[in-house]
Design a protein around this ligand. Sequence first.
Ligand code: DQA
Length: 148
Amino acid sequence: MNILLLNGPNLNLLGTREPQKYGTTSLADVVAMCREEAQRHGATLADFQSNHEGAIVDRIHAARGEGVDWIVINPGAFTHTSVAIRDAFAGVAIPFIEVHISNVHAREAFRHHSYLSDIASGVMVGLGVAGYRLAVQAVASGMVSKPA
Ligand code: DQA
């Protein structure tokens, strides 16, 4: 199984960015942790981070031709704004899990709405960076099956 881990804007700053909200683990460490989890279940994990909406759309499109089975994505602020990323997922029909490190529902009202959650297979919210690992475990182990 091939998993793609996507991270949106400002997540390159993970570890130093608002550590009281997002913790002190770097993105490189998150990627390593997810890759280890994928490999534990015999899956591979590619990763991509961008601060640019179009680059994320392009990466989702490319995933279709690469035989990516699942995408695990923290779309960052694009969660709350991006019809384009929603349409990209609908267009390629690759199932995905949405991850948020913080509990977006306990924060500002503008973070309560997601353009992705209703088309996601699952959503991990507020479990810190452990949410990434749990999402990878869920898909790599077959705990969550692909939508029919
Ligand atoms: C986030 C929550 C978003 O509201 C925010 O814009 C982020 C990170 C999270 O992981 O908690 O950049 O997706």
